[in-house]
Design a protein around this ligand. Structure first.
Ligand SMILES: [Mg+2]
Length: 178
């Protein structure tokens, strides 16, 4: 039986998307990368994608991956961002609810074992995807500046994260040096 901590334990914990081993995922049969937007790909509400991010998305697509943003942020901002980076997005996703994850997988005709979810939040990105059995990768949040609601949730998340670290389920990655 799954314990409380199981719901929040990511399969991998890395400092940023750039530290994800894309070839390994591909070799393990993953084909679709779902990713959170704010504080995972870019700082909260940042309008532009840095060159490094565009290059990362391209590298993933060149390997054969489909990449899809699944964000709780408003539809419009997510759409604009997605258009600029040339990828598909599901906005107003209401993670951790399962509907948006299913919608994204259906859009690309991919199954749970073929899918990966990348995100910076335990309660939305990780828990939501784990509930469906999707492989999860937790990243360190890019920037501490964020929506006040998220900051509140973060307090609770920090406690769970501390338990995950103390129980040896995850090891905190070193923050990325720019
Ligand atoms: Mg986020």
């Amino acid at each position: 039986m799954a314990t409380f901590l199981d719901w929040f334990t990511p399969d991998e914990y890395v400092s940023s998307v750039y530290d994800i081993d894309l070839s390994k995922l591909w070799n393990n049969g993953k084909r679709l990368i779902l990713t959170d937007l704010d504080n995972t790909l870019v700082p909260w509400n940042a309008p532009e994608a840095p060159l490094e991010l565009t290059a990362w998305i391209k590298a993933a697509m060149d390997l054969g991956f489909d990449v899809c943003i699944v964000s709780n942020n408003g539809d419009e901002r997510v759409e604009t961002f997605a258009k600029r980076t040339g990828i598909v997005a599901v906005g107003a996703a209401r993670k951790p609810r399962p509907a948006a994850f299913w919608r994204a997988m259906k859009m690309f005709d991919r199954s749970v074992p073929e899918t990966v979810m990348v995100g910076d939040q335990l309660f939305t990105d990780i828990q939501g995807a784990r509930r469906l059995g999707v492989y999860t990768i937790l990243v360190l949040p890019i920037n501490p500046r964020e929506w006040w609601g998220t900051r509140l949730v973060r307090l609770a998340e920090r406690i769970v994260l501390l338990r995950l670290v103390r129980s040896g389920r995850v090891r905190r990655p070193h923050p990325r040096t720019q």
